[in-house]
Design a protein around this ligand. Structure first.
Ligand code: CU1
Length: 549
Protein backbone atom coordinates (compact mmCIF):
# COMPACT_ATOMS: atom_id res chain seq x y z
CA UNK A 1 0.00 0.00 0.00
CA UNK A 2 2.63 2.48 1.08
CA UNK A 3 4.55 2.05 -2.18
CA UNK A 4 1.65 2.82 -4.47
CA UNK A 5 0.76 5.86 -2.40
CA UNK A 6 4.14 7.48 -2.80
CA UNK A 7 3.96 7.38 -6.61
CA UNK A 8 2.31 10.14 -8.62
CA UNK A 9 -0.59 7.75 -9.31
CA UNK A 10 -2.15 8.99 -6.10
CA UNK A 11 -2.87 12.21 -7.99
CA UNK A 12 -4.32 11.02 -11.28
CA UNK A 13 -5.43 14.50 -12.37
CA UNK A 14 -2.01 16.06 -12.05
CA UNK A 15 0.60 15.96 -14.77
CA UNK A 16 3.61 17.96 -13.65
CA UNK A 17 5.50 17.96 -10.38
CA UNK A 18 7.13 21.31 -9.82
CA UNK A 19 4.18 23.71 -9.85
CA UNK A 20 3.04 24.96 -6.47
CA UNK A 21 -0.18 23.22 -5.45
CA UNK A 22 -2.26 26.43 -5.47
CA UNK A 23 -1.65 26.90 -9.21
CA UNK A 24 -1.89 23.25 -10.18
CA UNK A 25 -5.18 22.46 -11.90
CA UNK A 26 -8.27 24.53 -12.69
CA UNK A 27 -10.53 25.98 -10.05
CA UNK A 28 -13.16 23.37 -10.95
CA UNK A 29 -10.66 20.53 -10.47
CA UNK A 30 -10.41 21.53 -6.77
CA UNK A 31 -13.85 20.02 -6.21
CA UNK A 32 -12.61 16.53 -7.07
CA UNK A 33 -9.06 16.90 -5.81
CA UNK A 34 -7.44 14.21 -3.71
CA UNK A 35 -4.51 16.46 -2.75
CA UNK A 36 -4.50 16.69 1.06
CA UNK A 37 -3.34 20.32 0.85
CA UNK A 38 -6.21 21.42 -1.37
CA UNK A 39 -8.69 19.50 0.81
CA UNK A 40 -7.18 21.20 3.85
CA UNK A 41 -7.70 24.59 2.19
CA UNK A 42 -11.29 23.73 1.19
CA UNK A 43 -12.02 22.66 4.77
CA UNK A 44 -10.41 25.88 5.97
CA UNK A 45 -12.72 28.13 3.92
CA UNK A 46 -15.74 26.01 4.90
CA UNK A 47 -15.05 26.08 8.63
CA UNK A 48 -14.18 29.79 8.56
CA UNK A 49 -17.56 30.45 6.96
CA UNK A 50 -19.23 28.35 9.68
CA UNK A 51 -17.26 30.22 12.34
CA UNK A 52 -18.64 33.46 10.89
CA UNK A 53 -22.20 32.08 10.90
CA UNK A 54 -21.91 30.74 14.47
CA UNK A 55 -20.33 34.06 15.46
CA UNK A 56 -23.28 36.03 14.08
CA UNK A 57 -25.66 33.96 16.26
CA UNK A 58 -23.34 34.55 19.26
CA UNK A 59 -23.48 38.32 18.71
CA UNK A 60 -27.28 38.17 18.48
CA UNK A 61 -27.47 36.17 21.73
CA UNK A 62 -25.23 38.70 23.52
CA UNK A 63 -27.22 41.61 22.07
CA UNK A 64 -30.49 40.14 23.33
CA UNK A 65 -28.97 39.82 26.82
CA UNK A 66 -27.94 43.49 26.92
CA UNK A 67 -31.09 44.23 28.94
CA UNK A 68 -33.68 42.12 30.79
CA UNK A 69 -36.83 41.19 28.88
CA UNK A 70 -37.15 41.44 25.12
CA UNK A 71 -34.35 43.46 23.49
CA UNK A 72 -34.08 42.38 19.85
CA UNK A 73 -35.94 39.05 19.64
CA UNK A 74 -38.65 37.04 21.40
CA UNK A 75 -37.93 34.17 23.78
CA UNK A 76 -38.45 31.44 21.20
CA UNK A 77 -36.11 33.06 18.67
CA UNK A 78 -33.56 33.41 21.47
CA UNK A 79 -33.71 29.67 22.17
CA UNK A 80 -33.15 29.01 18.48
CA UNK A 81 -30.28 31.50 18.27
CA UNK A 82 -28.26 29.94 21.11
CA UNK A 83 -29.00 26.42 19.85
CA UNK A 84 -27.76 27.26 16.35
CA UNK A 85 -24.73 29.06 17.79
CA UNK A 86 -23.80 25.94 19.79
CA UNK A 87 -24.58 23.36 17.12
CA UNK A 88 -22.73 25.24 14.36
CA UNK A 89 -19.70 25.97 16.51
CA UNK A 90 -19.37 22.41 17.85
CA UNK A 91 -20.28 20.21 14.89
CA UNK A 92 -19.37 22.41 11.92
CA UNK A 93 -16.50 24.51 13.21
CA UNK A 94 -14.49 23.33 16.23
CA UNK A 95 -14.45 19.57 15.64
CA UNK A 96 -13.18 19.82 12.04
CA UNK A 97 -11.19 23.05 12.55
CA UNK A 98 -7.77 21.77 13.52
CA UNK A 99 -7.73 18.13 12.35
CA UNK A 100 -9.61 18.44 9.06
CA UNK A 101 -8.35 21.86 7.95
CA UNK A 102 -4.86 22.39 9.42
CA UNK A 103 -4.18 18.68 10.12
CA UNK A 104 -5.01 17.68 6.57
CA UNK A 105 -2.58 20.25 5.23
CA UNK A 106 0.30 19.71 7.63
CA UNK A 107 0.19 16.10 8.87
CA UNK A 108 1.39 14.28 5.73
CA UNK A 109 4.15 16.84 5.14
CA UNK A 110 5.36 16.59 8.74
CA UNK A 111 5.62 12.81 8.29
CA UNK A 112 7.55 13.17 5.04
CA UNK A 113 4.68 11.72 2.95
CA UNK A 114 3.21 12.82 -0.37
CA UNK A 115 -0.38 12.50 0.83
CA UNK A 116 -2.59 10.78 3.42
CA UNK A 117 -2.95 6.99 3.30
CA UNK A 118 -6.34 7.09 1.53
CA UNK A 119 -6.57 10.26 -0.60
CA UNK A 120 -9.94 9.35 -2.15
CA UNK A 121 -11.43 8.64 1.28
CA UNK A 122 -10.19 12.09 2.27
CA UNK A 123 -12.18 13.61 -0.61
CA UNK A 124 -15.24 11.59 0.46
CA UNK A 125 -14.88 12.93 4.05
CA UNK A 126 -14.91 16.47 2.72
CA UNK A 127 -18.07 15.96 0.69
CA UNK A 128 -19.80 14.20 3.59
CA UNK A 129 -18.91 17.27 5.68
CA UNK A 130 -20.32 19.56 2.98
CA UNK A 131 -23.53 17.47 2.82
CA UNK A 132 -23.92 17.58 6.62
CA UNK A 133 -23.39 21.34 6.57
CA UNK A 134 -26.04 21.74 3.87
CA UNK A 135 -28.55 19.67 5.88
CA UNK A 136 -27.79 21.74 9.00
CA UNK A 137 -28.35 25.00 7.12
CA UNK A 138 -31.61 23.59 5.72
CA UNK A 139 -32.72 22.76 9.28
CA UNK A 140 -31.94 26.33 10.31
CA UNK A 141 -34.04 27.97 7.61
CA UNK A 142 -36.94 25.48 7.83
CA UNK A 143 -38.14 25.99 11.39
CA UNK A 144 -34.89 26.08 13.32
CA UNK A 145 -34.09 24.13 16.50
CA UNK A 146 -34.63 25.28 20.10
CA UNK A 147 -33.33 22.31 22.11
CA UNK A 148 -29.78 23.46 22.81
CA UNK A 149 -26.92 21.75 20.93
CA UNK A 150 -27.18 18.73 23.28
CA UNK A 151 -30.67 17.75 22.02
CA UNK A 152 -31.73 16.54 25.50
CA UNK A 153 -34.82 14.32 25.70
CA UNK A 154 -37.73 14.38 26.44
CA UNK A 155 -37.88 17.99 25.16
CA UNK A 156 -36.15 17.16 21.87
CA UNK A 157 -38.61 14.37 21.02
CA UNK A 158 -41.65 16.56 21.70
CA UNK A 159 -40.81 20.13 20.58
CA UNK A 160 -41.63 21.47 17.10
CA UNK A 161 -39.08 22.63 14.57
CA UNK A 162 -36.40 20.85 12.57
CA UNK A 163 -34.92 18.75 15.36
CA UNK A 164 -34.92 15.56 13.28
CA UNK A 165 -33.16 17.29 10.38
CA UNK A 166 -30.57 18.92 12.64
CA UNK A 167 -29.77 15.66 14.46
CA UNK A 168 -29.53 13.98 11.05
CA UNK A 169 -27.00 16.64 10.04
CA UNK A 170 -24.92 15.86 13.15
CA UNK A 171 -25.28 12.14 12.29
CA UNK A 172 -23.91 12.73 8.77
CA UNK A 173 -21.10 14.99 10.03
CA UNK A 174 -20.03 12.22 12.40
CA UNK A 175 -19.10 10.00 9.46
CA UNK A 176 -16.84 12.68 8.05
CA UNK A 177 -15.07 12.84 11.40
CA UNK A 178 -14.75 9.03 11.67
CA UNK A 179 -13.32 8.66 8.15
CA UNK A 180 -10.81 11.47 8.70
CA UNK A 181 -9.74 9.74 11.93
CA UNK A 182 -9.29 6.38 10.18
CA UNK A 183 -7.30 8.06 7.44
CA UNK A 184 -4.94 9.83 9.83
CA UNK A 185 -4.34 6.69 11.92
CA UNK A 186 -3.42 4.75 8.78
CA UNK A 187 -1.22 7.60 7.56
CA UNK A 188 0.74 7.80 10.81
CA UNK A 189 1.26 4.03 10.86
CA UNK A 190 2.10 3.52 7.20
CA UNK A 191 3.50 6.67 5.64
CA UNK A 192 6.21 7.93 7.98
CA UNK A 193 9.33 8.73 5.96
CA UNK A 194 12.42 6.52 6.40
CA UNK A 195 14.04 7.36 9.72
CA UNK A 196 10.85 8.94 11.15
CA UNK A 197 10.46 6.69 14.22
CA UNK A 198 7.52 7.16 16.57
CA UNK A 199 9.62 9.33 18.87
CA UNK A 200 10.90 11.47 16.04
CA UNK A 201 7.37 12.50 15.08
CA UNK A 202 6.52 16.12 15.78
CA UNK A 203 4.24 16.46 18.81
CA UNK A 204 1.48 17.82 16.55
CA UNK A 205 1.26 14.31 15.07
CA UNK A 206 0.94 12.72 18.52
CA UNK A 207 -1.94 15.05 19.31
CA UNK A 208 -3.75 14.45 16.03
CA UNK A 209 -3.14 10.70 16.34
CA UNK A 210 -4.66 10.61 19.85
CA UNK A 211 -7.58 12.67 18.56
CA UNK A 212 -8.11 10.26 15.69
CA UNK A 213 -8.42 7.35 18.14
CA UNK A 214 -11.23 9.18 19.96
CA UNK A 215 -12.91 10.13 16.65
CA UNK A 216 -12.99 6.51 15.55
CA UNK A 217 -14.11 4.99 18.87
CA UNK A 218 -16.53 7.63 20.23
CA UNK A 219 -18.28 9.11 17.20
CA UNK A 220 -20.22 5.92 16.30
CA UNK A 221 -21.91 6.14 19.73
CA UNK A 222 -23.17 9.63 18.86
CA UNK A 223 -24.42 8.36 15.52
CA UNK A 224 -26.41 5.56 17.19
CA UNK A 225 -27.78 7.94 19.84
CA UNK A 226 -29.01 10.44 17.27
CA UNK A 227 -30.51 7.63 15.21
CA UNK A 228 -32.45 6.43 18.28
CA UNK A 229 -33.64 9.99 18.88
CA UNK A 230 -34.83 10.30 15.28
CA UNK A 231 -36.60 6.92 15.56
CA UNK A 232 -38.41 8.00 18.72
CA UNK A 233 -39.44 11.32 17.16
CA UNK A 234 -40.50 9.90 13.81
CA UNK A 235 -41.90 6.45 14.68
CA UNK A 236 -42.64 6.61 18.43
CA UNK A 237 -40.09 3.92 19.28
CA UNK A 238 -39.78 4.18 23.08
CA UNK A 239 -36.15 4.64 24.03
CA UNK A 240 -35.94 7.88 25.99
CA UNK A 241 -39.53 9.01 26.62
CA UNK A 242 -40.91 7.63 29.93
CA UNK A 243 -44.46 7.71 28.43
CA UNK A 244 -43.24 5.14 25.89
CA UNK A 245 -41.35 3.12 28.50
CA UNK A 246 -38.01 4.85 27.90
CA UNK A 247 -35.53 6.68 30.15
CA UNK A 248 -34.57 10.31 29.41
CA UNK A 249 -31.36 10.12 31.47
CA UNK A 250 -30.24 7.28 29.21
CA UNK A 251 -29.98 9.89 26.45
CA UNK A 252 -27.62 11.95 28.61
CA UNK A 253 -25.41 8.89 29.19
CA UNK A 254 -25.29 8.04 25.48
CA UNK A 255 -24.81 11.65 24.47
CA UNK A 256 -21.96 12.39 26.87
CA UNK A 257 -20.27 9.05 26.23
CA UNK A 258 -19.48 10.69 22.89
CA UNK A 259 -19.54 14.34 23.77
CA UNK A 260 -17.13 14.29 26.66
CA UNK A 261 -14.46 12.54 24.57
CA UNK A 262 -15.45 15.06 21.89
CA UNK A 263 -14.23 17.79 24.23
CA UNK A 264 -10.79 16.19 23.77
CA UNK A 265 -11.36 15.88 20.01
CA UNK A 266 -11.49 19.67 20.30
CA UNK A 267 -8.71 20.36 22.82
CA UNK A 268 -6.02 17.75 21.96
CA UNK A 269 -5.38 19.22 18.49
CA UNK A 270 -5.18 22.66 20.09
CA UNK A 271 -2.57 21.45 22.56
CA UNK A 272 -0.79 19.80 19.62
CA UNK A 273 -0.43 23.16 17.87
CA UNK A 274 0.96 24.79 21.02
CA UNK A 275 3.55 22.00 21.21
CA UNK A 276 4.81 23.03 17.74
CA UNK A 277 4.79 26.78 18.23
CA UNK A 278 6.39 26.95 21.68
CA UNK A 279 9.72 25.27 20.73
CA UNK A 280 9.89 27.01 17.31
CA UNK A 281 9.21 30.47 18.68
CA UNK A 282 11.57 29.91 21.63
CA UNK A 283 14.25 28.22 19.49
CA UNK A 284 14.51 25.68 22.28
CA UNK A 285 14.53 21.90 22.40
CA UNK A 286 11.18 20.59 23.63
CA UNK A 287 11.38 19.82 27.34
CA UNK A 288 9.81 16.43 28.13
CA UNK A 289 9.00 15.24 24.61
CA UNK A 290 7.97 11.70 25.59
CA UNK A 291 5.91 12.80 28.60
CA UNK A 292 4.06 15.25 26.34
CA UNK A 293 3.50 12.64 23.63
CA UNK A 294 2.18 10.07 26.13
CA UNK A 295 0.06 12.66 27.93
CA UNK A 296 -1.93 13.08 24.69
CA UNK A 297 -2.59 9.34 24.59
CA UNK A 298 -3.43 9.33 28.33
CA UNK A 299 -5.96 12.14 27.87
CA UNK A 300 -7.54 10.19 24.99
CA UNK A 301 -7.92 7.07 27.17
CA UNK A 302 -9.18 8.81 30.33
CA UNK A 303 -11.64 10.86 28.24
CA UNK A 304 -13.81 7.73 27.85
CA UNK A 305 -14.48 7.24 31.57
CA UNK A 306 -15.48 10.70 32.82
CA UNK A 307 -18.82 11.34 31.07
CA UNK A 308 -20.85 10.95 34.28
CA UNK A 309 -19.67 14.37 35.50
CA UNK A 310 -22.44 15.83 33.34
CA UNK A 311 -25.03 13.97 35.45
CA UNK A 312 -24.18 14.90 39.05
CA UNK A 313 -27.64 16.48 39.33
CA UNK A 314 -29.53 14.03 37.09
CA UNK A 315 -30.30 11.47 39.81
CA UNK A 316 -27.12 9.44 39.35
CA UNK A 317 -26.09 7.41 42.44
CA UNK A 318 -23.65 9.09 44.82
CA UNK A 319 -21.14 6.29 44.39
CA UNK A 320 -21.19 6.68 40.59
CA UNK A 321 -20.87 10.44 41.07
CA UNK A 322 -17.86 10.05 43.37
CA UNK A 323 -16.11 7.71 40.91
CA UNK A 324 -16.77 10.01 37.94
CA UNK A 325 -15.57 12.97 39.99
CA UNK A 326 -12.32 11.19 40.85
CA UNK A 327 -11.74 10.11 37.25
CA UNK A 328 -12.43 13.66 36.07
CA UNK A 329 -9.69 15.02 38.32
CA UNK A 330 -7.29 12.48 36.77
CA UNK A 331 -7.46 14.36 33.43
CA UNK A 332 -5.75 17.23 35.22
CA UNK A 333 -2.51 15.25 35.51
CA UNK A 334 -1.60 14.81 31.82
CA UNK A 335 -2.91 18.33 31.13
CA UNK A 336 -0.67 19.78 33.85
CA UNK A 337 2.31 17.80 32.49
CA UNK A 338 1.82 19.54 29.16
CA UNK A 339 1.54 23.00 30.67
CA UNK A 340 4.66 22.40 32.78
CA UNK A 341 6.58 21.22 29.70
CA UNK A 342 5.50 24.18 27.53
CA UNK A 343 6.58 26.65 30.18
CA UNK A 344 9.86 24.83 30.82
CA UNK A 345 10.53 24.74 27.07
CA UNK A 346 10.23 28.54 26.96
CA UNK A 347 12.53 28.99 29.96
CA UNK A 348 15.71 30.82 28.87
CA UNK A 349 14.61 30.51 25.23
CA UNK A 350 15.10 33.22 22.65
CA UNK A 351 11.40 34.05 22.47
CA UNK A 352 9.82 35.77 19.47
CA UNK A 353 6.51 37.52 20.11
CA UNK A 354 5.21 37.15 16.56
CA UNK A 355 1.46 36.56 16.17
CA UNK A 356 1.56 32.73 16.46
CA UNK A 357 3.44 33.00 19.76
CA UNK A 358 1.10 35.71 21.07
CA UNK A 359 -1.78 33.30 20.56
CA UNK A 360 0.20 30.44 22.14
CA UNK A 361 0.84 32.57 25.24
CA UNK A 362 -2.85 33.53 25.38
CA UNK A 363 -3.65 29.84 25.18
CA UNK A 364 -1.52 29.16 28.27
CA UNK A 365 -3.41 31.79 30.28
CA UNK A 366 -6.91 30.97 29.02
CA UNK A 367 -6.44 27.21 29.14
CA UNK A 368 -5.18 27.67 32.70
CA UNK A 369 -8.41 29.45 33.65
CA UNK A 370 -10.54 26.95 31.71
CA UNK A 371 -8.81 23.95 33.29
CA UNK A 372 -8.80 25.26 36.85
CA UNK A 373 -12.48 26.23 36.78
CA UNK A 374 -13.17 22.68 35.59
CA UNK A 375 -12.00 21.50 39.01
CA UNK A 376 -14.88 23.41 40.63
CA UNK A 377 -17.38 21.75 38.31
CA UNK A 378 -15.81 18.32 38.71
CA UNK A 379 -16.32 18.50 42.49
CA UNK A 380 -19.81 17.13 43.17
CA UNK A 381 -20.74 19.40 46.07
CA UNK A 382 -19.74 22.61 44.26
CA UNK A 383 -21.33 21.44 41.01
CA UNK A 384 -24.74 21.19 42.68
CA UNK A 385 -24.60 24.96 43.19
CA UNK A 386 -23.00 25.80 39.84
CA UNK A 387 -24.78 23.30 37.58
CA UNK A 388 -26.70 24.95 34.72
CA UNK A 389 -25.46 28.43 35.62
CA UNK A 390 -23.32 30.89 33.66
CA UNK A 391 -20.28 29.52 35.51
CA UNK A 392 -20.54 26.47 33.24
CA UNK A 393 -20.98 28.69 30.17
CA UNK A 394 -17.86 30.66 31.12
CA UNK A 395 -15.87 27.49 31.89
CA UNK A 396 -16.53 25.75 28.60
CA UNK A 397 -15.97 28.91 26.58
CA UNK A 398 -12.53 29.22 28.19
CA UNK A 399 -11.87 25.65 27.05
CA UNK A 400 -13.59 25.66 23.64
CA UNK A 401 -12.87 29.21 22.55
CA UNK A 402 -10.14 30.45 24.89
CA UNK A 403 -8.14 27.29 24.31
CA UNK A 404 -9.15 25.47 21.11
CA UNK A 405 -10.09 28.49 18.98
CA UNK A 406 -7.10 30.48 20.23
CA UNK A 407 -4.83 27.51 19.43
CA UNK A 408 -6.48 27.26 16.01
CA UNK A 409 -5.69 30.95 15.44
CA UNK A 410 -2.11 30.30 16.60
CA UNK A 411 -1.85 27.49 14.04
CA UNK A 412 -3.55 29.53 11.34
CA UNK A 413 -1.02 32.35 11.75
CA UNK A 414 1.87 29.89 12.05
CA UNK A 415 1.07 27.90 8.89
CA UNK A 416 -0.60 30.65 6.82
CA UNK A 417 2.70 31.53 5.04
CA UNK A 418 3.17 27.83 4.24
CA UNK A 419 -0.40 27.33 3.03
CA UNK A 420 -0.69 30.44 0.86
CA UNK A 421 2.89 31.57 0.31
CA UNK A 422 2.21 35.03 1.73
CA UNK A 423 3.11 36.86 4.92
CA UNK A 424 0.26 38.78 6.55
CA UNK A 425 0.69 42.24 8.06
CA UNK A 426 2.34 41.46 11.40
CA UNK A 427 1.52 44.72 13.25
CA UNK A 428 -2.16 44.34 12.28
CA UNK A 429 -2.03 40.72 13.45
CA UNK A 430 -0.70 41.79 16.85
CA UNK A 431 -3.39 44.46 17.26
CA UNK A 432 -6.09 41.92 16.37
CA UNK A 433 -4.59 39.38 18.79
CA UNK A 434 -4.70 41.89 21.65
CA UNK A 435 -8.31 42.83 20.82
CA UNK A 436 -9.29 39.16 20.73
CA UNK A 437 -7.65 38.58 24.12
CA UNK A 438 -9.21 41.63 25.78
CA UNK A 439 -12.60 41.04 24.14
CA UNK A 440 -12.63 37.37 25.07
CA UNK A 441 -11.92 38.02 28.74
CA UNK A 442 -14.37 40.92 28.90
CA UNK A 443 -17.03 38.62 27.46
CA UNK A 444 -16.49 35.57 29.61
CA UNK A 445 -14.85 36.55 32.92
CA UNK A 446 -18.07 38.33 34.08
CA UNK A 447 -19.97 35.13 33.34
CA UNK A 448 -18.11 33.29 36.13
CA UNK A 449 -19.43 35.92 38.54
CA UNK A 450 -22.92 35.80 37.05
CA UNK A 451 -23.00 32.03 37.44
CA UNK A 452 -21.69 31.92 40.98
CA UNK A 453 -24.35 34.51 41.90
CA UNK A 454 -27.09 32.30 40.49
CA UNK A 455 -27.73 33.44 36.90
CA UNK A 456 -29.00 30.31 35.12
CA UNK A 457 -27.75 29.47 31.63
CA UNK A 458 -30.04 29.42 28.56
CA UNK A 459 -32.38 32.04 30.15
CA UNK A 460 -33.78 34.80 28.00
CA UNK A 461 -34.71 37.06 30.89
CA UNK A 462 -32.90 37.95 34.10
CA UNK A 463 -33.13 39.91 37.36
CA UNK A 464 -32.05 43.59 37.26
CA UNK A 465 -29.03 42.95 39.53
CA UNK A 466 -27.43 40.88 36.77
CA UNK A 467 -27.66 43.63 34.17
CA UNK A 468 -24.27 45.30 34.71
CA UNK A 469 -22.26 42.07 34.28
CA UNK A 470 -24.36 41.09 31.25
CA UNK A 471 -23.62 44.46 29.67
CA UNK A 472 -19.88 44.12 30.27
CA UNK A 473 -20.11 40.70 28.61
CA UNK A 474 -21.99 42.07 25.59
CA UNK A 475 -19.55 44.97 25.12
CA UNK A 476 -16.76 42.38 25.35
CA UNK A 477 -18.33 40.51 22.45
CA UNK A 478 -18.10 43.68 20.33
CA UNK A 479 -14.37 44.05 21.07
CA UNK A 480 -13.94 40.38 20.17
CA UNK A 481 -15.90 40.92 16.94
CA UNK A 482 -13.71 43.90 16.04
CA UNK A 483 -10.59 41.77 16.54
CA UNK A 484 -11.96 39.14 14.13
CA UNK A 485 -12.93 41.81 11.59
CA UNK A 486 -9.35 43.15 11.54
CA UNK A 487 -8.06 39.59 11.24
CA UNK A 488 -10.29 38.88 8.25
CA UNK A 489 -9.03 42.16 6.74
CA UNK A 490 -5.29 41.47 6.89
CA UNK A 491 -5.61 37.77 6.00
CA UNK A 492 -7.65 38.53 2.85
CA UNK A 493 -5.32 41.44 2.03
CA UNK A 494 -2.33 39.08 2.16
CA UNK A 495 -3.94 36.86 -0.49
CA UNK A 496 -4.11 39.77 -2.93
CA UNK A 497 -0.39 40.46 -2.94
CA UNK A 498 2.50 38.63 -4.60
CA UNK A 499 3.81 35.49 -2.98
CA UNK A 500 6.51 36.61 -0.60
CA UNK A 501 6.73 34.02 2.17
CA UNK A 502 10.12 32.38 2.67
CA UNK A 503 10.22 28.59 3.04
CA UNK A 504 10.93 28.90 6.76
CA UNK A 505 9.83 32.24 8.25
CA UNK A 506 10.03 31.01 11.86
CA UNK A 507 13.34 29.19 11.59
CA UNK A 508 11.57 25.98 12.65
CA UNK A 509 12.84 22.45 12.11
CA UNK A 510 9.91 20.16 11.31
CA UNK A 511 9.70 18.93 7.71
CA UNK A 512 7.00 21.31 6.46
CA UNK A 513 9.48 24.20 6.85
CA UNK A 514 12.09 22.46 4.70
CA UNK A 515 9.97 22.62 1.54
CA UNK A 516 8.76 25.56 -0.55
CA UNK A 517 6.01 27.99 0.55
CA UNK A 518 3.51 27.09 -0.84
CA UNK A 519 4.53 23.44 -1.33
CA UNK A 520 4.68 21.76 -4.72
CA UNK A 521 1.89 19.31 -5.52
CA UNK A 522 3.77 16.25 -4.29
CA UNK A 523 5.27 18.08 -1.32
CA UNK A 524 8.78 16.63 -1.80
CA UNK A 525 10.89 16.10 -4.92
CA UNK A 526 12.06 12.94 -3.24
CA UNK A 527 10.95 11.36 0.02
CA UNK A 528 13.18 12.71 2.81
CA UNK A 529 15.34 10.52 5.02
CA UNK A 530 14.95 11.74 8.58
CA UNK A 531 18.07 11.70 10.72
CA UNK A 532 17.30 14.42 13.26
CA UNK A 533 14.84 15.02 16.10
CA UNK A 534 12.03 17.50 15.38
CA UNK A 535 13.16 20.08 17.96
CA UNK A 536 16.95 19.73 18.26
CA UNK A 537 17.59 23.46 18.43
CA UNK A 538 20.66 22.88 20.60
CA UNK A 539 22.70 21.90 17.54
CA UNK A 540 23.22 23.34 14.03
CA UNK A 541 20.41 22.68 11.57
CA UNK A 542 20.82 19.67 9.27
CA UNK A 543 18.02 19.51 6.70
CA UNK A 544 16.40 16.13 6.07
CA UNK A 545 14.87 17.27 2.78
CA UNK A 546 17.16 17.32 -0.25
CA UNK A 547 16.70 19.14 -3.54
CA UNK A 548 14.92 22.31 -2.31
CA UNK A 549 16.22 25.79 -2.47
CU1 CU1 B 1 -17.44 16.31 30.16
Amino acid sequence: MADTLTTPKAHPQVGHHDVDYLHDGSLLSWLTTVDHKKLGVMYLWSILFMFFLGGVFAMLVRLELFAPGQTIMDAESYNKAFTLHGAIMVFLFIIPSIPAALGNFVLPIMLGAKDVAFPRLNLLSFWIYATGALIAVTAMVTGGVDTGWTFYTPYSTTTDGSVALMTFAAFVLGFSSILTGVNFIATVHKLRAPGMGWFKMPLFIWGIYSTAIIQVLATPVLAITLLLLIMERAFGVGVFDPKLGGDPVLFQHFFWFYSHPAVYIMILPGMAIISEIVPAMSQKTFFGYKATAFSSVAIAIVSFVVWGHHMFTSGQSQLAGAIFSFLTFLVGIPSAIKVFNWITTMYKGSISLAAPMLYALMFLILFGIGGLTGIFLGAMSVDIHLHDTYFVVAHFHYVMMGSTVIAFLAGLHYWWPKMFGRMYNEPAARIAAILVFVGFNATFLPQFLLGSRGMPRRYYNYLPEFQFLHQVSTVGSWILGLGFLIMAGYLFASLRKKMDAPANPWNARTLEWQIASPPITHNFHEIPVVTTEPYDYYKPFEPSVKGHH
